[in-house]
Design a protein around this ligand. Structure first.
Ligand code: NDP
Length: 255
């Protein structure tokens, strides 16, 4: 199992005060990493930090809150992680938002907010962290994509465009940074039961559609993403570059 050991490695997970990011941070900590949580709401972030610190110890869990869409805040946040906590060896670009409305009714400011949070943030945080990783000649970047990186559905145009862009940003990171020892890959979750999707789980018609449309015949859980995330964060994936790994119960391989 040594190829999957993350002991002593600093892992920054954006948007990890709740949901998928929080479970990924927990999984990386369980594999030995020192995790740095991130989010917008300071109280929620502090609670998340305290909960994980109870499990893994104060020395293994930290938090740096910053807005991943704000270039100055990103630069300051990454500088703080590097100087106060340690060299970022693993970055998970997970922060994201959804906005469901028919495209004809989609306000430009909502389009911008979704694209900035789900796509531009990975460029901003990725670039800032990569500057340090390139100096050190090693690093792992895991971008959280979606089945909507490949497929569209009505009412989520901005999200689909952003997540498709994130797939290709993963390839652009690979084209420029792989030679510096950085492996940039993406995890693409299928329908995962979190706060973001609670309203869909509660909608009987949508719930039946997901279960019927997914070969595994169930919603995913954030825990389903942990094994693939640890793999992509570890030495076990050192020659895996620019790939999108679908963790979707088979949804994207059937019609
Ligand atoms: P949640 O809504 O549960 O959590 C979102 C997290 O992102 C929170 O920690 C939130 O912080 C943080 N966040 C939002 N905006 C910002 C920002 N500007 N700066 C910093 N942090 C921010 O989301 P999920 O866990 O459901 O989703 C996580 C990722 O997984 C997203 O990229 C999403 O697109 C992707 N995904 C989710 C799927 C699902 O079924 N749930 C399926 C496929 C992909 P705060 O608490 O402070 O608001």
């Amino acid at each position: 199992m040594n190829g999957f050991d993350l002991t002593g490695r600093v892992a920054l997970v954006t948007g990890s005060s709740r949901g998928i990011g929080n479970v990924l941070a927990d999984g990386l900590a369980a594999a030995g990493a020192t995790v740095v949580l991130n989010g917008l709401d300071p109280a929620r972030l502090a609670r998340a930090r305290a909960e994980l610190a109870d499990k893994y110890g104060e020395d293994h869990v930290d938090a740096v809150g910053f807005d991943v869409t704000d270039p100055d805040a990103v630069a300051a946040g990454v500088a703080e992680v590097e100087s106060r906590i340690g060299p970022v060896r693993i970055l998970v670009n997970n922060a994201g938002v959804q906005h469901r409305v028919p495209m004809l009714d989609l306000a430009p400011e909502d389009w911008d907010r979704v694209v900035r949070t789900d796509l531009t943030s990975a460029f901003l945080v990725g670039r800032e962290v990569a500057r340090h990783m390139i100096d050190r000649g090693t690093g792992k970047i895991v971008n959280i994509c979606s089945v909507q990186s490949e497929l569209a559905r009505p009412t989520i145009a901005a999200y689909t465009a952003a997540k498709g862009g994130l797939r290709n940003l993963t390839r652009a990171m690979t084209a420029e940074w792989a030679r510096h020892g950085i492996q940039a890959n993406a995890l693409a979750p299928g329908y995962i039961h979190t706060e973001m999707t609670q309203n869909l789980v509660d909608d009987d018609a949508f719930h039946s559609w997901v279960v019927g449309r997914t070969p595994a015949a169930r919603w995913g859980t954030p825990a389903d993403l942990v094994g693939p995330a640890v793999w992509l964060a570890s030495d076990g994936s050192d020659y895996v570059n620019g790939q999108v790994i679908y963790v979707d119960g088979g949804m994207t391989v059937v019609v």
